[in-house]
Design a protein around this ligand. Sequence first.
Ligand SMILES: [Zn+2]
Length: 262
Amino acid sequence: MQLFDSHCHFDFDAFDGDRPQVWQRCRDAGVERMIIPGVSEPRWSTLFELVKGEPGWYAAVGLHPWWVAEAEMEPVQLQRDLAQQIAAAQLQGNPCVAIGECGLDGAIVTPLTDQEPHFRAQLALAAELDLPLIVHACRCHSDMLRLLKEYRPARGGVIHAFSGSEEIARDYWQLGFCLGAGGTITYERAAKTRRAFAALPLEAVLLESDAPDMPLAGRQGQRNSPEYLPLIAAELATLRGISIEQVAEQTRLNTERLFALQ
Ligand SMILES: [Zn+2]
């Protein structure tokens, strides 16, 4: 079984003490590759350095809505700085596989109206560089769908850690966006999201840990880790009544397709 973690913040400080050991346990558990999205400017260049020595790790860069306020960066400057960062990394043989993590969050202090210009800059950059998007969409599905319908990103992307109804999930899939299944589906109370992931075409689903965030049911308060990805795969297999091998195989293919990886 070869699992692909489509969203892991493996560059975060939470892993500084034991990153090699965690990665070894991942590989022992069948988690062979991961996409690490950059969330804020100070992390962009260190992220490219991090993935350099490890063939199973891929970098994406963006400005996450949680870091928009402190970035104090005009959207035009954000678009230009990201483009420069991506070009510089490319020259050193470090391709950027997506724009993100970027998006909107309706549950934070920064108003959506202040987040939207920065997200628009990243939608424009994805079009300019012909890259897919890694999207954070929390309590904002109607705004998010409005923007995606306006820009119609040619390479699509993923709505990471999707939480919501089957109907909303299908709206995203119709726009070329996959849905990221993470720790949420291990919680019984997330009935709507579990139903959505049970009913969607499997071709629309990616697996993700979102570690160190999004702990699985029963592990609240603990650091989440990509080594637990098989538990999410197993939960998805149970929800759909198929084997974990089928889940692993199809979600790996989906991730390779979306991010143009072999
Ligand atoms: Zn994330």
